[in-house]
Design a protein around this ligand. Structure first.
Ligand SMILES: Cc1ncc(COP(=O)(O)O)c(C=O)c1O
Length: 378
């Protein structure tokens, strides 16, 4: 019989596991930039208990559902995620007594499959591609169907649920500004569901409008428009502009990177600074480095190191895998700085250039968030 409240009686001053989500370290990086250039600062989201930034949104959404009585111990949580959001839910499910079913696609890594199994979460693989050649829409539609079939189940709905962005508005952005104050001159975020970039950009526009906010996507994804094609970078990308990123005027600049840029950068980060982070962190780092190289020594450029690098030991950190996929294995500081120097923004006016919204999609895919919104409107 698990303790319902007994734990806090026994140890009145100790936090529970989920109290350790957020308040991650903010550290200075000394080796990638030169004297006189801007300073690089990393927020180490790998310090979250589930190992990634996604713990924040997952716990914010589940805690909200618990508080509103939408979910009870023993209930089933169903989500479309092959990666960190699903792993965060699996961790929360184990801690709070929920069954978790992750709807994944064949691109899921062996490590993530093992992590789901370790936490006791179930996995369903959807192998039908959608009209954009990715699996996002077919996975979401499947998750929504299953949600309707399993009574009392809960769908966090990370792609359409505004609580995803709100988690970062209330925690990540606030923590960054509290740690850095007026020294913070720019923040760089990668994008998929838009939770991070949407929440952080809205917060900074309101409370620190002088801070430049920069979004990063990978070529082939069309969050900011552009040409759709396959890509290898995990964690980043979507085939439309997500609703969590509904105010593109809060984003100053947008960059699109190649897979090679991203993989080379995450490998260089660990060699040069000792920060073992995941692939998408390489994307944010490269753009942050480009900004720092053009900034003055007083300016601090922050980026999120979004997950643990151990998850990529069989891919990004395996030279054979990289060579098989036609990518450079270079980890030199000069190489990274040359790549950073050659970057140009995809847009310096994303509100005008980049909107690729699909407002009808939430309803088409039968998103529970859309249903709740429609019920409220009706
Ligand atoms: C490692 C990593 N980086 C970046 C992102 C993008 O974050 P968001 O979905 O908040 O846009 C994700 C999303 O899954 C991720 O797992």
């Amino acid at each position: 019989m698990p303790y319902e409240h007994g734990g806090s009686h026994a140890f009145p001053n100790l936090p529970g596991l989920l109290d350790s989500v957020g308040n991650t370290p903010v550290v200075r990086l000394d080796n990638l930039t030169m004297c006189g250039e801007g300073r690089l600062v990393a927020k180490l989201e790998s310090a979250n208990p589930g190992g990634s930034v996604k713990d924040r949104a997952a716990w914010h959404i589940i805690r909200d559902a618990e508080e509103r009585g939408l979910i009870r111990r023993g209930a089933t949580i169903i989500e479309s995620s092959s990666g960190n959001f699903g792993i965060a839910l699996a961790m929360i499910g184990a801690s709070r007594g929920y069954r978790v079913i992750a709807i994944v696609d064949p691109k899921i890594s062996a490590v993530n499959r093992s992590l789901f199994a370790a936490f006791g979460a179930e996995v369903i693989v959807v192998d039908e591609k959608d009209d954009s050649g990715s699996y996002h829409k077919t996975r979401i539609a499947y998750a929504n169907r299953l949600h309707r079939e399993i009574p009392g189940s809960f769908r966090p709905d990370q792609c359409f649920n505004p609580l995803n962005g709100e988690a970062h508005y209330q925690s990540t952005a606030r923590e960054l500004l509290a740690a850095m104050g007026s020294r913070l001159s720019a923040v760089v975020c990668t994008v998929s569901t838009g939770g991070q970039l949407g929440g952080i950009s809205r917060y900074l526009r309101r409370f620190a409008p002088h801070v430049k906010v920069v979004g990063v996507d990978v070529r082939g994804s069309t969050v900011f428009g552009g040409e759709a094609h396959g890509y290898l970078t995990p964690g980043v990308g979507l085939s439309w502009t997500p609703d969590n990123l509904d105010d593109l005027s809060a984003v100053d600049e947008v960059y699109l990177l190649s897979d090679e840029d991203v993989f080379v950068s995450c490998r260089t980060l660990v060699r040069a600074e000792g920060v073992l982070a995941g692939v998408s962190t390489g994307a944010a780092l490269l753009v942050a480095c480009r900004l720092a190289m053009k900034a003055s020594a007083r300016e601090h450029i922050a980026f999120l190191a979004t997950d643990r690098g151990e998850r990529y030991l069989q891919t990004a950190f395996d030279e054979r895998w990289l060579l098989e996929h036609g990518m450079s294995t270079d980890t030199s500081l000069d190489g990274l700085r040359r790549r950073a120097a050659s970057l140009t923004p995809f847009s310096t006016n994303p509100k005008v250039d980049c909107a690729n919204y699909r407002r009808e999609l939430a309803e088409q895919l039968d998103s529970p968030t859309a249903r709740r919104t429609l019920r409220r409107a009706g």
